[in-house]
Design a protein around this ligand. Structure first.
Ligand code: NI
Length: 136
């Protein structure tokens, strides 16, 4: 499966963007507030690599508790799949477990995503290919 992005949990999004700029990344999509997860999200890119910077917007964010374990670090890879439901049930057969079922991702043009976890590689995210409406 093709990787869509690397998801980074960050404490201060602006400062993380600055740090990634020093490594040659540029902003691909400016900050979007994701009201499903109460986080601010931006995307940056360098060549074939895209990072998603995810900053919990408040202590109420379901992602906030993760900051304790992860601090500023990558915590999921997002994979592009042809069919969300088919990919989910195939991966379930392979031992992956759903941790957040289908939910829209405002920062990805409202497309639905699924989060799953493997005891051996941690959290993954699944998303379908962009319809090519200017999004990615
Ligand atoms: Ni993601």
């Amino acid at each position: 499966m093709k990787v869509h992005h690397i998801g980074y949990l960050v404490k201060r999004l602006g400062r993380s963007e600055e740090a990634f700029r020093k490594l040659g990344f540029t902003v691909e999509k400016d900050v979007v507030y994701d009201d499903v997860r109460d986080v601010n999200i931006s995307f940056m890119r360098s060549g074939d690599y895209r990072v998603e910077l995810i900053e919990p917007a408040s202590k109420e964010s379901p992602l906030y508790p993760l900051l304790k374990n992860y601090k500023n670090s990558p915590y999921h890879l997002c994979y592009i799949v042809d069919d969300l439901e088919a990919a989910r049930s195939e991966l379930e057969k392979q031992g992956f477990m759903v941790i957040r079922d289908n939910e829209p991702a405002p920062a990805l043009g409202g497309r639905e995503v699924i989060f799953m976890v493997s005891a051996d590689i941690g959290i993954i995210e699944l998303v379908t290919e962009s319809a090519g409406d200017g999004d990615f």
